[in-house]
Design a protein around this ligand. Structure first.
Ligand SMILES: Nc1ncnc2c1ncn2[C@@H]1O[C@H](COP(=O)(O)OP(=O)(O)OP(=O)(O)O)[C@@H](O)[C@H]1O
Ligand SMILES: [Mg+2]
Length: 224
């Protein structure tokens, strides 16, 4: 079983959205999947309520029962567990990072989000070195600001997913019904972007042991 946490201290960067979309992508890939919602706001839980009974399972967790719930989903035969974490409770995010095979750090290409990336990487690796991956989200069609964001990421040598997620209204439209873009229009741009990011992450998880994701690791992953 692989555990993937979505962590960043910047609110609204796409932690819950990516947890939901990647979990559905894994379900469509015939994996057994659960989302552990560690955010007291309960965004993933509400999404699941709008969604009704279809997969994936979404369970509320706290710092106290995280290990217990992980063992429960492991016993039930889960292949992937996505942990959605709160932006503000850093000790909760650290607890999630600690049990994770991979930490995904969603970031919008804005300076305020990007400035939090380094802190989020530090927080996620404070107790130990572990693989982290920045996923750029809500990327607008080409413009100067996005170029600046790209240059900033490159200058810092952060491990970045080559697949990026555009700023697309489809995410909010699908969310209204507890769905994800892949379930509304599987040929749409948002669905294709999610599929690429999912493929990249699942290949990465097959390759990485307990070491940081390096530029070299990124190169050996053929996510297409
Ligand atoms: N790629 C995208 N394009 C358009 N809208 C998006 C995209 N990703 C997320 N959103 C929207 O942005 C808002 C914030 O996203 P989300 O709730 O996933 O962020 P979060 O990091 O979980 O926030 P919080 O820190 O409050 O938990 C939501 O309304 C979501 O639908
Ligand atoms: Mg959230």
């Amino acid at each position: 079983m692989k555990i993937i946490s979505l962590i960043t201290q910047k609110g609204g960067s796409g932690k819950s959205t990516l947890a939901e979309c990647l979990a559905v992508a894994a379900t469509l890939d015939n994996k057994a999947v659960a989302i552990l919602d560690m955010d007291p706001q309960g965004s993933a839980i509400s999404w699941k309520q709008r969604r009704g009974s279809s997969d994936p399972a979404v369970l509320p967790v706290t710092m106290t029962n995280l290990s217990e719930e992980i063992e429960r989903v492991r016993t039930s035969g889960a292949d992937y567990v996505f942990i959605d974490t709160p932006a503000r409770l850093s000790d909760w995010a650290m607890a999630a990072a600690k049990v994770s095979d991979l930490v995904i750090i969603p970031s919008r290409p804005t300076i305020k989000d990007l400035e939090r990336v380094e802190a989020s990487i530090k927080l996620s690796t404070l107790d130990n070195i572990r693989p982290v991956l920045v996923v750029l989200n809500q990327v607008r069609s080409r413009g100067n600001r996005d170029e600046q964001a790209e240059n900033y990421i490159k200058s810092k040598n952060f491990p970045v997913c080559p697949g990026r997620i555009g700023n697309r209204v489809m995410f909010e439209d699908a969310d209204t019904f507890g769905l994800t873009p892949q379930e509304v229009d599987q040929e749409g741009k948002a669905a294709i972007e999610i599929k690429h990011v999912y493929k990249y992450i699942s290949h990465l998880l097959d390759q990485i042991k307990n070491e940081p994701v390096s530029e070299q690791t990124s190169k050996v992953v053929n996510y297409e």
